[in-house]
Unconditional design. Structure first.
Length: 117
């Protein structure tokens, strides 16, 4: 499966953005999908994961309550709604896919999110 993240941009602190992860070559409905980010000079950070069915979601403490992961298998996309953005959320955001219960192995190109203070 090939993935492409989109929806990044420049937003002021306190604002919102909605990222999308579109799949091609194969349907994303059979995979768990996650969102990660990497800020300059920092390691990649896990943000959220949604099961293949959409029945289970998991969040990092750093984004819990502010970010929401969802999926639309009919549109072959997974979204990340980001609210109450902070300057420290500035990073390149990536989506990834995994066979259910396994580690992520399919990665898409990232999308840059910049949050200004």
């Amino acid at each position: 499966v090939q993935l492409q993240a989109s929806g990044g941009g420049l937003v002021q602190a306190g604002g919102s953005l909605r990222l999308s992860c579109a799949a091609s070559r194969r349907t994303v409905s059979s995979y768990d999908v996650g969102w990660f980010r990497q800020a300059p000079g920092k390691e990649r950070e896990f943000l959220a994961r949604i099961s293949w069915s959409g029945g289970s979601t998991y969040y990092a403490d750093s984004v819990k309550g502010r970010f929401t992961i969802s999926r639309d298998n009919a549109k072959n996309t997974v979204n990340l709604q980001m609210n109450s953005l902070k300057p420290e959320d500035t990073a390149v955001y990536y989506c990834a896919a995994a066979n259910p219960g396994y580690q992520f192995e399919y990665w898409g190109q990232g999308t840059l999110v910049t949050v200004s203070s």
